[in-house]
Write a protein that binds this ligand. Structure first.
Ligand code: ASP
Length: 334
């Protein structure tokens, strides 16, 4: 795990306010983001819309997205910013323009912050370096999805400890909490960001899935992260279970017996009732109902999947304020 001095050294190469990896955030910074999230959520719409009034934010999406893109866009608008959306389908990216030139173009047009989703791991680091702008990583290939891990954290804290405990955290905030992440761990940036963040707050993370989707060295297991291939056994130890989609866009060359997969790894109501009748159920979306999760579980009382989406809007508002040094982040030194 990185020490605090290394964290500062890594992040100072990029514009302050960038969020490229959860590994760049200290626990104190995560706590400040949660506090700002709660503060912004409590404001009136008029107060909120003053936070980024007159600022310009670009959303640059090279991969499809529903929740992440919409929530970043709605968050930016609710803070009063002007937004522009560039996607690979309808821009000069289709004609072969590079990421660097696209970023410089957006900057020349007045963008002060870029939210980037890209299929290549590391692309947000390149964009941040080339433009000097704050860049928010909205998912880069199989690498990371930092805002997803933060919204998952807020969802877990809210449900397990109550909303008032979701405003500040320490290294012990998730002590005694076991989170099982099940499915296509290998290709999942959501799993990676969560596995980097949650153990730093005291959680134990169990990774569960078949060897093809969860090789022994999948995430570079560190303290607080273990592999448990037996889903029922993992569930029995867990307060939280996070289900993942099989990433068909990244899975080329891997053959899976889907009936076998469903039998061993689907979260259905029989399994949940038998092994984890109290556990909180999460899924970053999009869900493939009937494959990794059943309808009854997705729509059931233990599911916090819609809450995750709502927390996404709140967390991304705070990340945008942080990116543009507004709110409590004014004068930030990172
Ligand atoms: N929406 C998440 C992501 O962009 C999870 C997924 O696509 O399965 O990584």
């Amino acid at each position: 795990m990185r020490r605090a001095s290394e964290t500062a050294a890594v992040s100072s190469k990029y514009s302050p306010g960038s969020l490229l990896s959860v590994g760049h955030l200290s626990v104190a910074e995560v706590s400040a983001i949660l506090a700002e999230t709660a503060r912004i959520a409590a404001l009136s719409p008029a107060e909120r819309s003053a936070i980024l009034r007159g600022r310009t934010i670009a959303l640059l999406f090279y991969e499809s997205s529903t929740r992440t893109r919409t929530s970043f866009e709605l968050a930016a608008k609710s803070l009063g910013a002007t937004t522009t959306l560039v996607s690979d389908k309808s821009s000069s990216i289709e004609k072969g323009e590079s990421l660097k030139d696209t970023g410089l173009t957006l900057r020349a047009l007045g963008a002060e912050c870029i939210i980037l989703r890209h299929s290549a791991s590391g692309a947000p680091f390149v964009l941040a370096r080339e433009t000097g702008l704050p860049v928010l990583n909205a998912g880069d290939g199989m690498h990371e999805h930092p805002s997803q891990a933060l919204l998952d954290l807020r969802t877990i804290l809210n449900r397990l400890h109550g909303a008032d405990k979701a405003t500040s955290i320490t290294e012990h905030s998730l002590s005694g909490v076991t989170v099982t992440i099940t499915g296509d761990i290998l290709h999942s940036r959501v799993a990676r960001s969560n596995a980097m963040l949650l153990p730093r707050l005291g959680a134990r993370v169990l990774l569960c899935g078949p060897t093809k989707l969860l090789p022994e060295d999948a995430l570079g297991l560190g303290p607080g992260i273990e592999i448990e291939r037996d889903f029922d056994r993992a569930l029995a130890k867990s307060q939280v279970v996070m289900m993942l989609r099989i990433q068909k866009e990244r899975i080329a060359g891997i053959e899976l017996d889907l009936n076998e997969y469903i039998h061993r790894y689907q979260l259905n109501s029989e399994r949940l009732l038998a092994s984890a009748p109290q556990a909180l159920v999460l899924h970053p979306g999009p869900m493939i109902r009937g494959l990794e999760i059943s309808d009854e579980v997705a729509d059931g009382a233990q599911s916090a999947i819609e809450e995750q989406v709502a927390h996404g809007l709140a967390i991304r508002s705070a990340l945008l304020a942080r990116a543009l040094s507004a709110g409590i982040f004014k004068g930030q030194t990172i």
